[in-house]
Ligand binder design. Structure first.
Ligand SMILES: Nc1nc2c(c(=O)[nH]1)N[C@H]1C(S)=C(S)[C@@H](COP(=O)(O)O)O[C@H]1N2
Ligand SMILES: [Mo]
Length: 174
């Protein structure tokens, strides 16, 4: 009885949390609508496309190699920096440039991993416009969603992690 109402409540929560919104387009198995932002952040969170769309929109036209073929696409998304600012990267003010010790680990639902550093995306340092993209050429990512990384300037698509499952901030000295 108790367990059954717990399960019912969980199903209701899942429903409210956006499973129906996800059920729209892609023909391949639906990717989970949320990914996790956690680790050395003040506010760990679950992020979906509507949450990303609340951050400033950035468009990037990129040309890169994927499996030996040249791709050219225009992606829309939020800056990885802005997303992490909304979670608040934990830094120690007593450590000189502590932000430069932070490592950002992006993992896809298939376990694929690429790593960035806070220093390369911090506007005060590298300022690279790494995107957490939710649309390509004006269309939702569908089976590659809910979001993927776009790294403008990369020659090949290896760091363009699809189906983001988690973004974890770690510290060099962990
Ligand atoms: N989750 C996940 N993302 C991934 C990969 C992968 O295996 N799993 N492969 C990467 C590689 S090696 C490339 S070249 C690009 C290819 O994606 P595209 O064809 O959409 O450009 O995706 C990247 N992102
Ligand atoms: Mo690749």
């Amino acid at each position: 009885m108790k367990m059954r109402s717990l399960i019912a409540a969980l199903l209701l929560l899942l429903g409210l949390a956006g499973v129906p919104a996800q059920a729209q387009s892609s023909s391949s198995p639906a990717a989970p609508p949320f990914f996790r932002v956690a680790g050395q952040v003040k506010t760990p969170m679950w992020v979906n496309v509507p949450a990303l769309q609340q951050l400033p929109h950035v468009n990037q036209n990129v040309t890169y190699f994927a499996a030996g073929k040249v791709e050219n696409d225009t992606f829309t998304g939020a800056l990885l920096w802005d997303l992490l600012q909304s979670a608040g990267i934990v830094t120690n003010p007593n450590i000189k440039n502590d932000i430069l010790r932070k490592i950002i680990i992006i993992t896809g639902t298939d376990g694929y991993v690429a790593v960035f550093t806070a220093g390369e995306i911090d506007p005060g340092f590298g300022g690279n416009q790494i995107l957490v993209a939710y649309a390509v050429n004006g269309q939702p990512l569908g089976s590659q969603g809910p979001a993927q990384i776009v790294a403008p300037g990369d020659k090949a698509g290896g760091r363009f992690v699809h189906n983001i499952a988690k973004i974890i901030v770690e510290d060099e000295s962990r």
